[in-house]
Design a binder for this molecule. Structure first.
Ligand code: CAA
Length: 257
């Protein structure tokens, strides 16, 4: 599939999606959002793909929603058009997504990274929700996902002051899973994605679903949900294979069944 604002490729069982508007620091305009939703839906359906890596360019993962496109929008346009179109589709991809972040991840860019399941950051990464400096607030989930990821104190600090945090602060705060030197970023993200993609698909999707449920449910409901998913995995051939291989001291051969 070829896109105007994205590069997409499959590397074995890993799909790589690269935001490709480097001159605009990968600002997320409506074309990017629509193409991203389309590409991710396609890889979501593609049985050969087990995990997805989303990245930008060296200077920016994405510097936010496209301010030039947004500038002229009035309330009625925004409300009736349900601006910003498409992000729910991105956040509801069932396969694991890794954001490989180099440079700026600001506003909608930070929010897009937070829609992924794992954020791997280069030492150059900078995260922030600077919408307040433009007279608005985060509109793609930042006030909710950032607060859940790093807690109220830091989220308030970032959302109210619009300041950026560097990779080290983001890792300390719990937003980022790993920091790597810039030149290692893509290898680290692709290796992590390949590792995930090689595990039994049903267990991987259920693991993602179970962790995500912890943000929505009470502890007792979340625990019950986890237990039911755990039980259901005993119906899979891959559970039999995984445990037999452990006992027989050999490498498992998973079939995604
Ligand atoms: N939208 C549109 N264009 C953008 C952009 C954005 N969010 N961010 C950068 N660009 C463009 C610039 O306009 C510039 O284009 P021109 O060359 O045509 O002038 C180009 O990208 C390079 O940017 P700079 O010259 O500004 O680069 P810099 O290195 O001096 O600064 C930066 C980098 C600090 C990231 C700065 O570009 C910046 O502050 N960008 C805006 C960040 C921002 O406010 N993001 C939030 C947007 S609102 C939002 O995202 C709402 C939401 O929650 C969904």
């Amino acid at each position: 599939m070829s896109y105007e604002t994205l590069l997409t490729e499959s590397r074995g069982a890993v799909a790589l999606v690269t935001l490709n508007r480097p001159k605009a620091l990968n600002a997320l305009n409506s074309t990017v959002m629509a193409e991203l939703a389309d590409a991710l839906a396609g890889f979501g359906k593609d049985e050969t793909v087990g995990a997805i890596v989303l990245t930008g360019c060296e200077k920016a993962f994405a510097a936010g929603a496209d301010i030039k496109e947004m500038q002229g929008i009035d309330f009625v346009d925004a409300y009736l058009g349900d601006f910003i179109f498409g992000w729910e589709a991105i956040a509801s991809v069932r396969k694991p997504m890794i954001a490989a972040v180099s440079g700026f991840a600001l506003g909608g860019g930070c929010e897009l990274a937070m829609m992924c399941d794992v954020i791997i950051a280069s030492e150059t990464a900078k995260f922030g929700q600077p919408e307040i400096t433009l007279g608005v607030i985060p509109g793609m989930g930042g006030s909710q996902r950032l607060t859940r990821a790093i807690g109220k104190a830091k989220a308030m600090d970032l959302v109210l002051t619009g300041r950026m945090m560097d990779a080290a602060e983001a890792e300390r705060a719990g937003l980022v899973s790993r920091i790597v030197p810039a030149e290692r970023l893509m290898d680290e993200a692709l290796e992590a994605a390949a590792k995930i993609a090689a595990f039994p698909r049903a267990a991987v999707l259920m693991a993602k679903e179970a962790v995500n449920r912890s943000f929505e449910a009470t502890l007792s409901e979340g625990l019950r949900f986890e237990r039911r998913l755990f039980h259901s995995l005993f119906a899979t051939a891959d559970q039999k294979e995984g445990m037999a291989a452990f006992i027989e001291k050999r490498k498992p051969e998973f079939s995604n069944r």
